[in-house]
Design a protein around this ligand. Structure first.
Ligand code: CU
Length: 121
C-alpha cells in the first residue's frame, strides 16, 4: 500500500465509524413510530416498552390501539379526552376517528406517565 492509499483507508474507516455512531445514536434517541393500522403499547413496570412511541394517523383514518399493561391504571388520551381503566395484566383498546390534527399525549393517568404520542396529520 502506498502512503496515500493507507491514508485513504484510514479516512474511510473513520467515516464508517462516525456514520455507525451517528446511526446508533439516532436509533436510540428516535422514538419508534407506528403509522396507521392497529398499534400495540406494552407497559412493563409502569413504563412503555421500547420508550414512548409515536402513533401516526392521517386525519380521517381510524385510530386503533391496544394497551397491554402489567399495572392497573387509567389510560387517558389527551386532546380527544378518552379515558378507560386497565387492570393489572389486562389490556384495553381504543378505536375512534382521527379528527383532531396535532400531537396528543397518551398517558397512564394516575402515574402521570406518558406511554405514547398520538400524532394526527
Ligand atoms: Cu391525562
Amino acid at each position: 500500500m502506498s502512503r496515500n492509499t493507507r491514508i485513504a483507508v484510514l479516512v474511510g474507516a473513520v467515516v464508517v465509524a462516525v456514520v455507525a455512531f451517528v446511526l446508533a445514536k439516532g436509533g436510540s434517541t428516535n422514538r419508534a413510530t407506528h403509522t396507521s393500522g392497529h398499534a400495540y403499547i406494552y407497559i412493563i413496570g409502569g413504563k412503555p416498552k421500547g420508550g414512548v412511541q409515536t402513533l401516526t394517523y392521517n386525519k380521517g383514518e381510524q385510530v386503533l390501539f391496544t394497551v397491554v399493561s402489567d399495572v392497573a391504571d387509567e389510560i387517558h388520551v389527551h386532546g380527544f379526552n378518552f379515558k378507560k381503566d386497565v387492570s393489572k395484566n389486562g389490556s384495553v383498546s381504543f378505536a375512534f376517528p382521527a379528527t383532531d390534527q396535532g400531537g396528543h399525549v397518551i398517558e397512564l393517568e394516575h402515574r402521570g406517565e406518558q406511554i405514547a404520542n398520538l400524532e394526527v396529520r
